[in-house]
Design a protein around this ligand. Sequence first.
Ligand code: GUN
Length: 256
Amino acid sequence: MGDNPASVIYVRNKAKACKDLGIISEIIQLPQSTTEEELTLKVLALNQKKEVHGILVQSPLPGHIDHFRIFATVDINKDVDGFHPYNLGMLFSGRPRFIPCTPLGIQELLLRSGNDPAGKHVVILGRGNIVGKPLAALLVQKAKGADATVTLCHRGTNNLPEITKTGDILVAAIGNANFVAAEMVKPGAAVVDVGVNSVIDVATGKKKLVGDVEFDSVSKVASAITPVPGGVGPMTIALLLHNTLKAAEIQNRIKD
Ligand code: GUN
């Protein structure tokens, strides 16, 4: 809905990834003025369509829309974002079904880069519903690829740098350009930067994307670090495609 510049880019990248993989996708662009009832009816209509296996309502939604109610309208078997309260509840209950794409992408990234979180202290900076909270639930589970000790902190946490410095793995999802400085990072830690912040480049005067981590200084103390752009973003999209395939399998009764 609307014309949030970041959302326009995200949605375009998601559609391109679907096309590359042979998944049919349709972008339904609604004006900013669309009412909650109109949006609800749209989602309900997609729930009914047999040929639609996955539904993603791009956030942020305009202020007059209650995003919680919209996410709760999506059919739980088509919830490729994993934001329906049923699927979130399943994750928090240790019975994950659809897991939000960014946390799932971060888990995959850690595993494939040799940074299995098992037994490690993972500090997550940022407690949002899209990344921080579901990532904490995912990594604290007694399960393969998880089994971590998790600290969830935020900008109001007392002695924040002292806490972030205890993380063997530090995940920054606070939405603040270059917030994490080298002094906040444990030497040798693996750092995952979820931030996507648009700033003006002082050298060129043009807009550029930067993460929540001061890349140049932190990369000197970290053992591994994800870049922005190019790190977590593409993984989020890859896991969205994974969830979409899973949704199609569930609806065709190939999987439960
Ligand atoms: N806005 C930022 N990240 C996401 C995401 O993973 N899914 C949706 N629907 N909106 C987002």
